[in-house]
Design a protein around this ligand. Structure first.
Ligand SMILES: NC(=O)c1ccc[n+]([C@@H]2O[C@H](COP(=O)([O-])OP(=O)(O)OC[C@H]3O[C@@H](n4cnc5c(N)ncnc54)[C@H](O)[C@@H]3O)[C@@H](O)[C@H]2O)c1
Length: 355
């Protein structure tokens, strides 16, 4: 049996990550694709060999016309909630791109709907599948550094031109193998819901929650758009449910030609971990002065961008659990929302309501 997958949205990310992953997976069939943009749709169909009768302008039409086991939604942020709902209401497993939704009530509603329908909802965070990330998570869960007391996270990426609505300068560095990102996808606040917070902090925050198990309870923050219509730099100070505190900062200002940076420094009562995700280096400093370096990760394994689609196929075939579940997506949507509210209102936001 093959997993029959429908892909909704044939822009940059679907054609760069999900469709190549499905095309290379011997247990998957690209059962249909849907995109209202005729050029993106045609280029995707041609590159991935999807016959005309399985190519649709309208996602609802594809869902009615084609037998599917699961779907992938990779569309601009403002359309995540309605299109994900359309898929889940048909009892299909779903890989939904990050951020799960712009607004927390929509994320909570989608998670509840997936649970009610008995289907898996994966959120597209490739780092959730990195073997090194999972090793760091396990080391912390085993108590290698004791109870966490302080964390810092720095994420600096190459995205400023996307927020300017000018994706072309990043053609090589971001790899537009078939279709480039839409001009408004990341630049229009109505569509994207924000800049660095929705597009990038969503990754670094989800990863922090995944590896530490910490849950944020209050957030103070500043955001800065500089010349843009959306935030370019975000800085948050956070208190977590176990009493730990930490800071999480991010900017989209790294220039092409320089390496992106994603670093975690996690301090426990019995040691600390320095984790450079982009360099693939994780070092545990234990309480007796011992230093343990986890196996370093080859460059091609540091961002497993095919893993979410492969996980969807494995879920359909009943041979894996959900490696990047809706609960992580909901928590992260709530956190990014708290950052924006804290910055806008100039006060500490208590997550779960109130201030
Ligand atoms: N996980 C990652 O590392 C990663 C990386 C890049 C992008 N993304 C996410 O992927 C999503 C898509 O981003 P992108 O860069 O590919 O954007 P994009 O602008 O390149 O593509 C979006 C596509 O969706 C199509 N679309 C619009 N309305 C639609 C509808 N109703 N039905 C079907 N298709 C529709 C557009 O025509 C376009 O082809 C975003 O949520 C983005 O945050 C994730």
């Amino acid at each position: 049996m093959s997993a029959r997958i429908g892909v909704i949205g044939c822009g940059w990310w679907a054609t760069r990550a999900h469709l190549p992953a499905l095309a290379a997976n011997p247990d998957a069939v690209i059962a249909g694709i849907a995109d209202p943009d005729a050029e993106n749709r045609a280029r995707a169909a041609e590159r991935f060999g999807v016959p005309d009768e399985r190519v649709f302008a309208d996602a609802a039409e594809m869902l009615s016309a084609v037998e599917l086991d699961a779907a992938i939604v990779a569309v601009p942020h403002d359309l995540h909630a309605p299109l994900a709902r359309m898929v889940l209401e048909r009892d299909l497993h779903l890989l939904l791109e990050k951020p799960m939704t712009i607004r927390p009530p929509d994320a909570r509603a989608l998670a509840a709907l997936a649970a009610e329908r008995g289907v898996e909802l994966i959120i597209g965070y490739p780092w959730s599948y990195s073997s090194q990330v999972l090793a760091v998570r396990d080391a912390i869960a085993e108590g290698r550094i004791g109870a966490i007391e302080y964390v810092s996270c720095q994420f600096a990426s190459i995205v400023r031109e996307l927020y300017r609505g000018n994706p072309e300068p990043y053609r090589d560095v971001l790899g537009y193998s078939v279709n480039p990102p839409g001009l408004k996808t990341y630049a229009d606040p109505e569509i994207a819901g924000g800049g660095q917070g929705q597009t990038q902090v969503t990754h670094s925050a989800a990863l922090l929650f995944l590896i530490t198990g910490l849950r944020p309870v209050s957030v103070a923050a500043m955001t800065e758009p500089f010349e843009l219509a959306v935030d370019l730099a975000d800085a948050a100070v956070v208190r977590f449910d176990n009493g730990a505190i930490g800071s999480l900062g991010s900017t989209g200002s790294v220039l092409p030609g320089h390496d992106e940076i994603l670093e975690y420094r996690i301090f426990g009562a019995d040691g600390h971990i320095l984790f450079d995700v982009n360099e693939g280096v994780a070092v545990i400093h234990g309480h007796r002065g011992e230093v343990h370096r986890l196996p370093s990760l080859p460059a091609e394994e540091r961002y497993p961008d095919w893993a979410p689609a492969d996980n969807l196929v494995d879920i359909v075939l009943g041979r894996a659990g959900n490696g990047s579940p809706a609960s992580l997506g909901v928590l992260t949507v709530e956190f990014v929302d708290a950052i924006y509210r804290a910055a806008l209102e100039g006060r500490t936001i208590r997550m779960g309501g109130g201030s």
